[in-house]
Write a protein that binds this ligand. Structure first.
Ligand code: CTP
Ligand code: MG
Length: 240
């Protein structure tokens, strides 16, 4: 039987947010950001979830999110690493025997079940895919003096989001090669497949609401999106 695992990354420090509490635990609609991703996977066809977080937040995640909101699919909580890709690796090591993994940033609370199901169906076809959105702005390439040196055609530029989905054996193989290479310029997982396995990855339409909460104003924006998605209820229990 086919097995699909989600790796949810919640081990970052959130330095650009400049808050005491790491951003994945800041609250929107009285629930921590991480809750929204776990809930979306809970209601999807994914079989189980490996949660990656910092040692000091494991108990909080377990008691105040997973138990409190009756999340049943989290199979393991593992420690993260110093960089995002080490956190991914720690998660991958806990998924042996699975067929596909969906890697997702807990800092993206506006994930939908639709995005998850479309990722699952695409990864079955092509082995490696990510959700993303076409860029809206013109993108400039600059040199060290901040002089524009190129303006790539917008029709070929996409902003990449998560979940990013892979055949488990492929992503592990790619990571093993990445580890040997010593490269440190890794910003997402599709680039690991492209660079170290030489395989193509597919981009499917995500959603402009699927933002990564990074700086303080993103919290306000994601609250609006979550309300629009009817994931946040007001104090009387009505959908906002
Ligand atoms: N992440 C992780 N382990 C790390 C770094 C990041 O699990 N060592 C996770 C974050 O918790 C987040 C996601 O990866 O859910 C995307 O990373 P990013 O937005 O860069 O989060 P932070 O690294 O926490 O933020 P910053 O870069 O501002 O410090
Ligand atoms: Mg970071």
């Amino acid at each position: 039987m086919e097995h699909i695992t989600a790796i949810v990354l919640a081990a970052g420090k959130g330095s650009r947010m400049r808050s005491q509490t790491p951003k994945q635990f800041l609250e929107i609609g009285k629930k921590p950001l991480l809750y929204y991703s776990l809930k979306a996977f809970e209601e999807s066809s994914v079989n189980d979830v490996v949660l990656v977080t910092n040692e000091e937040y494991k108990e909080y995640c377990s008691k105040d999110i997973i138990s409190k909101y009756d999340i049943k699919k989290v199979r393991k909580i593992v420690s993260g690493g110093t960089e995002r890709y080490w956190s991914v690796w720690n998660g991958l090591e806990q998924c042996k025997g699975t067929d596909y993994v969906l890697i997702h940033d807990a800092a993206r609370p506006c994930l939908t079940e639709k995005m998850i199901e479309e990722s699952v169906s695409e990864v079955r076809k092509c082995g490696a895919c990510t959700v993303g959105v076409p860029v809206k702005d013109t993108i400039k390439v600059v040199n060290v003096k901040n002089e524009g040196i190129d303006t790539p055609p917008r029709e070929y530029l996409w902003q990449v989001q998560t979940p990013q989905s892979f055949l488990y054996n492929d992503i592990v193989k790619a990571y093993e090669k990445m580890k040997i290479s010593g490269d440190t310029d890794i910003t997402d997982d599709t680039m690991i497949i492209e660079r170290y396995l030489g395989k193509k990855t597919k981009i499917i339409m995500g959603d402009y609401c699927n933002i990564k909460v990074t700086t303080p104003e993103d919290l306000m924006v994601s609250e609006i999106f979550l309300k629009k998605m009817k994931k946040v209820v007001d104090i009387e229990g009505r959908w906002c």
